[in-house]
Ligand binder design. Structure first.
Ligand SMILES: Cc1ncc(COP(=O)(O)O)c(C=O)c1O
Length: 380
């Protein structure tokens, strides 16, 4: 059996989520915009899911706009403001789905400011003050990083940004299901979610928004989702997302504590292996993520060897948005390019066991040894 340790890339569909979705794939085929019974059944299912997602992040159901995923939610937040910001500030470690629309806005009209991070991947008072000196009208900082798992103090930065009158968006795609998220108390106006990071189906997500913000839809048509996002809703996927959000709320504590116990075991075992470097070791991180490197061993090569051994992990380059083959997050943290090429990400999920960590560690030790020997032979 394969050992899956790449839950930040995607999670398996929870059986309970699939059960909830099946009637909307098999039986209830109605269009949620239709007024007859079949349509009303589909509409009701969407509204139940909206309540579940809203409850998951302590928002009002009317604040939840379903999208095709985290990417679309981020694009809507970054590009959709009716009054286009003259200056946008985004952190240097954002996901491509924030960086790319921000860069596009910069080409078209506005100024783009990069909020730098320290060696652990954290925004600091100094880097934030420097960014705010350019008077951005929209700031986007992710709640937790997909590569390092580093958690930014979004509530603190949002308070600081609010005092300037600017709007705040947070990409909570990786944080969701791995830490408590409270839209109301975070102080942000826009928050992105994705279902497939929390054991729901792929191709569905949400933008949670403060209704006072005026957004222009990026997808025009029939005016679904209160006009924010036209297109016939993917009812089964939305139902699955709702159920996944409900389960993530109910099981948050147990999922976090079991992931953390496995992460601590993994870190303990890694510390016994000479030369392994763990990034962002001093920062507060998600309970499931470890980003590491073995200097001199290419991350992509290690990943492929692990794949041959039946173990799924990510390399730093797979996470890179800039297609340079090196993690832009690590480069922003000041890690040198050669070491960044060695990065490998392990992300633990709710169904991983102690044994998965043992399997990973023994394959890792074996591969490191073999790859080091190969490197030495190449030098001989
Ligand atoms: C931090 C972050 N934001 C956004 C996304 C995009 O979400 P989706 O895959 O639903 O488009 C991802 C996916 O990896 C992510 O890790």
């Amino acid at each position: 059996m394969n050992t899956y340790l790449d839950h930040n890339a995607s999670t398996p569909l929870d059986e309970r989520v699939l059960d909830e979705m099946m009637p909307y794939l098999r039986a209830h085929h109605g269009n949620p915009s239709s007024v007859y019974r079949e349509g009303r059944i589909a509409r009701q299912a969407i509204e139940t899911a909206r309540q579940q997602v809203a409850q998951f992040v302590n928002a009002h159901p009317s604040q939840v706009v379903f999208t095709s995923g985290g990417t679309e939610a981020n694009n809507l937040a970054l590009k959709g403001l009716v009054v286009a910001p003259r200056c946008v500030a985004v952190s240097a470690v954002e996901h491509a789905s924030v960086l790319a629309p921000a860069q596009q806005s910069a080409i078209e009209a506005c100024q783009l400011v990069r909020i730098e991070v320290d060696n652990d991947g954290l925004i600091t008072e100094e880097t934030m003050s420097r960014a705010l000196a350019s008077s951005p009208e929209l700031v986007s900082i992710m709640l937790a990083n997909n590569e390092t798992g580093v958690i930014q103090d979004v509530a603190h930065w949002a308070e600081m940004v609010a005092s300037t009158g600017a709007l705040f968006h947070t990409d909570a795609v990786q944080a969701a299901g791995k830490m408590e998220i409270d839209f109301s108390s975070l102080g942000v106006q826009l928050l992105s979610l994705s279902s497939h990071k929390l054991y729901g189906p792929k191709g569905v997500g949400a933008l949670v928004l403060d209704k006072r913000i005026e957004l222009t839809a990026q997808m025009l048509g029939g005016g679904q989702e209160a006009g924010y996002r036209s297109g016939t809703e993917n009812v089964a996927a939305i139902v699955g997302f709702g159920k996944a959000a409900e389960l993530a709320s109910l099981e948050l504590q147990s999922r976090c504590s079991s992931a953390l116990a496995l992460k601590q075991k993994l870190l303990r075992r890694l510390s016994e292996v000479e030369a392994v470097i763990v990034f962002s070791g001093q920062a507060e991180c998600l309970p499931n993520t470890v980003f590491l490197a073995v200097p001199g061993i290419d991350g992509e090569t290690l990943l492929m060897e692990m794949d041959r051994a039946g173990i799924a992990v990510s390399s730093g380059s797979a996470c890179d948005s800039q297609k340079s083959g090196v993690s832009h997050t690590l480069l922003a943290m000041g890690v040198d390019e050669e070491l960044a090429r060695c990065a490998v990400r392990v992300s633990i999920g709710k169904d991983n066991t102690d044994q998965d960590i043992d399997v990973f560690m023994s394959a890792m030790v074996q591969q490191i040894k073999a790859l080091q020997e190969n490197t030495m032979l190449a030098w001989a």
